[in-house]
Design a protein around this ligand. Structure first.
Ligand code: 16G
Length: 245
C-alpha cells in the first residue's frame, strides 16, 4: 500500500479501491490465510486515507467473508475451506466421505440423548405416540475445519442408546445391523442464522445448504431423520444424470 500513485480518480470511491487493493494482496498471497492485517490507523497513515474510508473497506471485507475481526487482536485473513465435491448418488456417511479424502473428522456434541418426540418425528419416524426418540446434534469438522451442523433423530428401536455414537453414526448403526440402504434427500438454500454462522465459523448471513435426509433400512423401516446445515462455501454437490427412456 504505497501512499500515492495508486488512487485513480475515475476508478470509483476510494474505499472500493482500497478494498480491491487488499483483495489483491490476499489473493496473490502477499497476505496469506491467517495473517493479520495492519491496524486501521496504520493503513490510514500509509495510504493517506481517512480512518472512516479505511473502516468502510474493512467492513466490506468482513461482510464478504474475506477477513475476520477477532476481538482484541485485530483483523485476519480468513482461511478458505477446500471445497469438497459430494456425490448425490451414493448413500455414504460424513465420516466415510471425509476419510476418502484423507481428512480426519471430529464432532462437537451439542446434544445427545433420549427425548420426547415432536409431532413431526412421530409422523415421519412412525413412532408409537408414547415412544421416545434418540437425538444427536453435533458440529461436524473435517481437518479441524467446521463443515456442517447435523441434527439426527432415530427411533429407539434402531438406536437404543444414542451415547453409543461416539464418532460415526453410520458405523454404530452398522454394528447394530441397522445400516440404512436407501435415503431420500432434500436440499434447500438458506442464509445462516447468527448462532449457526458462529458455530460454522463464517460470517452471519452467509449462504448455507439445508439438507434433510430420511433414510430407510433394507426391511423398509425408517432409520433416521437428519437435518443438516452444510457450509455453502465448502461444498459442490454432483450428480450423474442419464437420459430417461
Ligand atoms: C451424512 C448425512 C447424515 C448422516 C451422516 C452420518 C448428508 C446430508 N447427511 O452427513 O444424514 O446421519 O452422514 O455420518 O449427507 P457419520 O456416520 O459420520 O456420523
Amino acid at each position: 500500500l504505497q501512499p500515492d500513485g495508486w488512487f485513480d480518480q475515475g476508478a470509483g470511491p476510494r474505499y472500493v479501491q482500497l478494498r480491491r487493493r487488499l483483495e489483491e494482496a490476499i489473493s496473490s498471497g502477499v497476505l496469506p490465510p491467517n495473517s493479520s492485517l495492519p491496524p486501521e490507523r496504520e493503513i490510514a497513515d500509509i495510504t493517506d486515507l481517512s480512518r472512516v474510508t479505511v473502516r468502510k473497506a474493512m467492513q466490506e471485507l468482513v461482510q464478504q467473508g474475506t477477513i475476520e475481526q477477532r476481538q482484541g487482536s485485530g483483523s485476519f485473513v480468513r482461511e478458505n475451506p477446500a471445497r469438497v465435491e459430494q456425490s448425490l448418488s451414493q448413500l455414504t456417511s460424513f465420516t466415510e466421505d471425509m476419510q476418502r479424502r484423507g481428512l480426519d473428522t471430529t464432532s462437537k456434541w451439542l446434544e445427545r440423548g433420549i427425548f420426547l418426540p415432536t409431532d413431526e418425528e412421530i409422523g415421519v419416524l412412525h413412532l408409537e405416540p408414547d415412544a421416545s426418540v434418540a437425538r444427536i446434534y453435533r458440529l461436524r469438522e473435517a481437518g479441524a475445519q467446521p463443515m456442517a451442523l447435523e441434527r439426527a433423530a432415530l427411533p429407539l428401536t434402531i438406536l437404543p442408546n444414542p451415547l453409543e455414537v461416539t464418532t460415526s453414526l453410520y458405523a454404530t448403526l452398522d454394528r447394530l445391523g441397522h445400516r440404512p440402504v436407501r435415503a431420500i434427500q432434500k436440499i434447500s438454500a438458506i442464509n445462516l442464522e447468527p448462532t449457526e454462522a458462529r458455530l460454522l465459523n463464517v460470517a452471519e448471513g452467509t449462504a448455507g445448504l439445508r439438507i434433510q435426509r430420511l433414510s430407510y433400512l433394507e426391511d423398509g423401516r425408517v432409520a433416521e431423520l437428519t437435518r443438516s446445515i452444510y457450509r455453502g462455501d465448502a461444498y459442490d454437490f454432483v450428480a450423474e444424470l442419464r437420459l430417461s427412456n
